[in-house]
Design a binder for this molecule. Structure first.
Ligand code: HEC
Length: 142
């Protein structure tokens, strides 16, 4: 009885801590340990900045630099997904993760060259990678 109360309490605390962490997170305090953590702390915030920029291009150096950081975070998230601890299987998963890294690297170059005209296409390509990987691996997306 006491045992199960303690477990329920711990689970609730973990959920609370998680909710607070993901609300606050841009830069994860420690490396994410699950695919879900990679998504919510790195891939999602970084890609949101990119999708926003695809419809409204950065207007000054500061905004371009911020977008460059987002592209780096996105690439880092793709590299993490490929690590053995997180990879779901070999070929397809790695291919999607590699595509994510390649697109993020291309986005870094776009931000360095401040090519606002290239952002829309890059954003669309990126979105397709998110979608195709989810179609295959995300139960809810099937
Ligand atoms: C390599 C495959 C892969 C790629 C690429 C990928 N995702 Fe995911 N994503 C997943 C998997 C698997 C989950 C489910 C994780 C879980 O709940 O265990 C997920 C979960 C999510 C979630 C739900 C998180 C939650 O709160 O449960 C969001 C949002 C998301 N991804 C956004 C994105 C976006 C945006 C991109 C592209 C920029 C992207 N993902 C690219 C595999 C991928």
């Amino acid at each position: 009885m006491h045992q199960s109360c303690a477990i329920v309490g711990t689970a609730a605390a973990a959920v609370l801590a998680w909710t607070m962490a993901s609300a606050a997170a841009q830069e994860p305090a420690q490396p994410p340990r699950t695919v879900k953590e990679v998504m919510t702390t790195m891939t999602v915030p970084a890609s949101e900045a990119i999708f926003r920029a695809a419809s409204e291009s950065p207007r000054n150096d500061e905004q371009w630099a911020a977008l460059g950081k987002a592209a780096e975070t996105l690439a880092a998230s793709g590299r993490l997904l490929m690590t053995p601890a997180l990879a779901r299987d070999t070929a397809a998963w790695t291919a999607f993760s590699r595509t994510l890294v390649a697109q993020a690297t291309a986005l870094s170059k776009i931000t360095e060259a401040k090519r606002g005209d290239a952002l829309e296409q890059a954003g669309n390509d990126l979105y397709e990678t998110c979608e195709t990987c989810h179609m295959r691996y995300l139960e809810d997306a099937k």
